[in-house]
Design a protein. Structure first.
Lengths: 118, 222
């Protein structure tokens, strides 16, 4: 089975080479004459005055975590879809119960207004 | 195919394992938490590669999709949101070291005793036999997950439900400064809610007479 993945390994290696190659090449070939003015942080002519990181709204986090939960749900659907013919009605009902529980969560977040953005 | 007595798969495994160990070390040693999160991404990728070597292809791809695609985004959000002061975090390092070192060492010894070569060595757990090219790990997983492991599978949905409710309960707040309108409420507004008609006596303007006389006085003075 692993021989199927050999082209992917090659792709990864070639992709790495394409990414790393120019960096090394520019390091080797290009002239480098740094001075204090060139190395200082620069922000559109202003003094760089604060950290790039700042606090932002916690609702981004809420959206992200809700996305992850439904992402996991989708991950469970893939093997189910592949073998649905074999596991038959029992497997179908098993997944419907699984989805039903998550639909309760979906209705809850909809009613709570967690999907609203105001 | 062998190089220096090593199979090609072994070479891939050792390469991935080395990258995984280095990335894991950098996660806990690097100073910038954003870099730590990115090293964790690298660790996930290489771990996915090692799982792929074990022919667990579905798990490997799910690791990349779910962990790299979603969980790491969340980690980055948290790292960005917490606004951590790194110097404050480093302050107690030397004071905590005498306690942290034995505790960490003990945990490491326990883990080595459990997952070490005695229980999980190559002679105890032999490598799975190589499968033919048309073997589907995903189908194998699906055959047992929804039948033999039905209860854990359904419990997983309950765990996800609890996570949804917990995330909403912890982070959903009504903003006081929000100026957004609910269109449904706007449509439902009646005239009576906005407009109040008050019955009152007609006002008699008594002051008019006084005012005109005062003006007349002014003119007379001039």
């Amino acid at each position: 089975m692993l021989e199927n993945y050999f082209p992917i390994l090659l792709f990864i290696l070639v992709g790495l080479a394409v990414g790393v190659g120019p960096l090394i090449l520019s390091k080797l070939v290009s002239p480098s004459r740094p001075d204090s003015a060139k190395n200082s942080p620069y922000e559109c002519g202003f003094e760089a005055f604060e950290d790039a990181r700042m606090k932002f709204d916690v609702r981004y986090y809420l959206v992200a975590i809700l996305f992850i939960l439904f992402d996991l749900e989708i991950a469970f659907l893939f093997p189910w879809a592949v073998v649905l013919q074999e596991i038959g009605l029992f497997g179908f009902l098993a997944m419907m119960v699984f989805l039903g529980v998550l639909v309760i969560g979906f209705i809850y977040e909809w009613m709570k207004g967690a999907l609203e953005w105001d | 195919m062998t190089f220096f007595g090593l199979h090609f798969q072994d070479i891939v495994f050792y390469t991935l394992a080395t990258i995984l160990l280095i990335a894991g070390l950098r996660v806990i040693t690097t100073r910038n938490p954003v870099y730590a999160a990115l090293y964790l991404v690298l660790a996930f990728f290489t771990a996915a590669g090692i799982w792929l070597l074990l022919e667990a292809e579905f798990l490997a791809i799910a690791l990349v999709l779910v962990y790299v695609g979603a969980v790491m985004v969340l980690f980055l959000f948290v790292v960005m949101m917490l606004d951590i002061n790194l110097d404050k975090l480093r302050e107690g390092f030397w004071k905590a070291l005498p306690i942290a070192l034995p505790v960490g060492g003990l945990m490491a010894v326990e883990m080595v005793m459990i997952v070490g070569a005695r229980n999980f060595g190559a002679d105890v757990v032999p490598a799975p036999a190589a499968h033919p090219a048309d073997y589907s790990n995903t189908a194998e997983l699906g055959r047992v997950l929804y039948t033999d492991y039905l209860l854990p599978f359904e419990l997983a949905s309950v765990v996800l439900l609890v996570a949804i409710v917990a995330a909403i309960a912890l982070t959903l707040r009504d903003r006081k400064d929000s100026k957004s309108m609910d269109p449904a409420k706007q449509v439902l507004v009646k005239k009576a809610d906005r407009l109040r008609i008050v019955k009152m006596e007609a006002e008699v303007e008594k002051n008019d007479v006084v005012d005109t006389s005062a003006q007349a006085d002014d003119k007379g003075a001039k």
